[in-house]
Design a binder for this molecule. Structure first.
Ligand SMILES: NC(=O)c1ccc[n+]([C@@H]2O[C@H](COP(=O)([O-])OP(=O)(O)OC[C@H]3O[C@@H](n4cnc5c(N)ncnc54)[C@H](OP(=O)(O)O)[C@@H]3O)[C@@H](O)[C@H]2O)c1
Length: 245
């Protein structure tokens, strides 16, 4: 059975994927900052789940990540689902800093560490790096400037690693999952989000896309249409569009 490491598995999409993969017999290494919710996931499938507290912004994050891989004795799939974000029309200094430290610095360090793991281990089977980015990475979104820019960074980082893997002949596949709005603690704040989806709906779609090694997968079909439209809008028009979330 597959060995899967999920960073950001204490709540929302990552937590649900951890439970689903453990239920079908995968060996799952889970990480996030909060130990209690990680322990709850582990208690559901104790023999299939290993947990490790990791703060992706901390200096020891990469070391702890490698320790977690050892705990489950290898890693076939790496899923980076850790993230944070805010609607932030006031451009609050600490919110910008938290978003960039988590979604840019932490994301890049952990994803690069996963790449080095596949580069440096003599895996016969192909490894996989999957990340939950967002439709927000398609365009700069005024009310969530740091978040949308951080998601664009994540998408470019994966594109870059894919090119590097080709150059260095590293046997790894890349999957970029781009959900629209999903009802998780990330969105807590009482706003009305359009085309809001449940974790129950998106998790099975995301899991299938990862297992099928889709390169880019936007969830769901409505967000695929919206995202395609966004891409066609030039910046001189985009700047007049008032997205108000
Ligand atoms: N919800 C949406 O509408 C939506 C849409 C598109 C994309 N996404 C992306 O999907 C991913 C999962 O988000 P979600 O919606 O499931 O939100 P969530 O329920 O808030 O989950 C976020 C996860 O990231 C972890 N995390 C946050 N900061 C961390 C840090 N410094 N170190 C380690 N782990 C950290 C959290 O755990 P701890 O707090 O325990 O550390 C939690 O497990 C994120 O990348 C998010 O940007 C979400």
């Amino acid at each position: 059975m597959k060995k899967i490491v999920i960073i950001g598995a204490s709540s929302g999409i990552g937590r649900r994927m951890a439970i689903d993969f453990a239920r079908v017999g995968c060996r799952v290494g889970i990480a996030a900052r909060r130990s209690e919710p990680l322990g709850e996931v582990k208690s559901l499938y104790p023999s299939n789940v290993a947990a490790m507290t990791i703060d992706v912004t901390a200096p020891d994050a990469v070391k702890r990540f490698y320790d977690l891989i050892e705990l489950i004795d290898g890693m076939d799939i790496f899923i980076n689902a850790a993230g944070t974000g805010f609607a932030d029309p006031d451009l609050d200094d600490s919110r910008i800093s938290t978003t960039l430290r988590t979604n840019v610095d932490g994301f890049a360090r952990l994803t690069a560490a996963a790449y080095r793991y596949y580069r440096d281990t003599a895996n016969v089977s192909q490894g996989q790096i999957a990340a939950i980015t967002s439709v927000a990475g398609t365009k700069g979104i005024g009310v969530a400037a740091a978040y949308s820019a951080s998601k664009r960074f994540q998408q470019s980082f994966i594109d870059a690693l894919e090119q590097l893997a080709y150059q260095q002949q590293v046997n790894v596949a890349f999957t970029d999952i781009r959900p629209g709005f999903v009802d998780t603690p990330l969105l807590a704040g009482g706003r009305d989000y359009p085309m809001l989806m449940t974790v129950d709906k998106v998790a099975p779609l995301i899991e299938t896309a990862i297992l099928r090694r889709r390169r880019v997968y936007t969830v769901d079909y409505r967000w695929r249409a919206v995202n395609a439209l966004w891409r066609l809008v030039p910046q001189r028009i985009w700047r007049h569009i008032g997205l108000n979330w």
